[in-house]
Design a protein around this ligand. Sequence first.
Ligand SMILES: [Zn+2]
Length: 428
Amino acid sequence: MFSTRLQCETCGNELELGAYFGPCPNCLKREIISEISVKYDYEAIKNVLSKEVLSKRSRIDLWRFGEFLPVENQKNELHLGDGCTPLIEARSLAKEFGIKRLYIKDESRNLTWSFKDRLACVGVARALDFGTKMITGLSTGNHGAASAAHASAAGLRSVIFTVPYIPKTMEIYMRMVGAMLVPIDLPEDKFGDYPYDILRTCVEKLNWYPLTAYTVPPATNAYAVEGYKTIGHEICEDLNWKSPDFVLFPTGQGDGFSKYWKGFSEMVTVGFVEDSPKMIAVQPTGASPLAEAVTHGLDVVPRIAAKSTVQFSTGVSSSSNEALKAIKISHGSVATVSDEEAISAQKNLGMKEGIFSEQSSASSVAALPSLIEKGIIDRDSTVVCVITSSGLKDTSVPENNLPHISPIRNNWSSFVDFLKTTYQYDIS
Ligand SMILES: [Zn+2]
């Protein structure tokens, strides 16, 4: 293992690599919520890992970048096909938007069809290091499905807390991969808030292992979120060891966003690429604390009253200061996307590139046209949009936006008429 210590991203306070999963205790005294991050001996990694060594490893899963992950016992690594997701050149969309090169990093190809599998894969492996028996967390779907599935595959149990208004498909998915799912009554106008009290008791009194924030968001399990970094590693490798100019990520609490940035930065640190991309966080209009911080030039992300959104996975009332830092250091930006724009991009992705993404996930593509128009992204750029989860997780919104169809009579004229009236396609 090449990880050495835990370190606060804000005050630099260091901790042993122990079973601690909360925010920085030092910053907490000053009522600041800071993420803790894992430190590595990058010189030691450089001594054993090179691009050549990597090229000889099979592209099966994220453990090909195992030197950058904080798991002590290699036997605990879960090989379930997480990571090594395709980087697809989206030629039709690039042409439509008038940019040189556009790629889609399709995270719906992971075990439970979302990028959260990277977190769960590394987080559960680390849980096995600690000898944990029970995984827990709060989720509206993707995170819970990933946590429960990886816990089950590792022979562990999981209790996942949720809210009552999640999509039915998410509920079924979580339960079918082993979650003991506990919905807690919370009104929808409290969107972005979660019930933390019970979870905190489970972690502090029962020693259950949290795969999400368990006190206050966005400070979360520092070991698990390291899994997200491999998105950055893989993009660099797939672009023949070059960073793209811009990467757009659908972003909620931002713990993922700061780790994607860490992944790209690590590739520079070990000398695999020369520079890192500009990072663009995409959040729903009206539920975008990062936009609030950037617009008002703040160093601390404010807590906002988030409105309800069909971009279910990214609508939040708080985001991490570390995500804001990543935007600033990388000379990146934040973009907001309305529900209408996200729904339209979701349809466009399916029609032009054959990818059925979640509404939230499609927001990375939805944000592109206005960023190009404003000159934030120039047309000569290489751009990567990350699609974080599959559209099959919540079909209610697309279902309402598609024209209704019902069976036709089994004859030619009914068929001709049906194509014309339903899809405006005339073969008569
Ligand atoms: Zn601190």
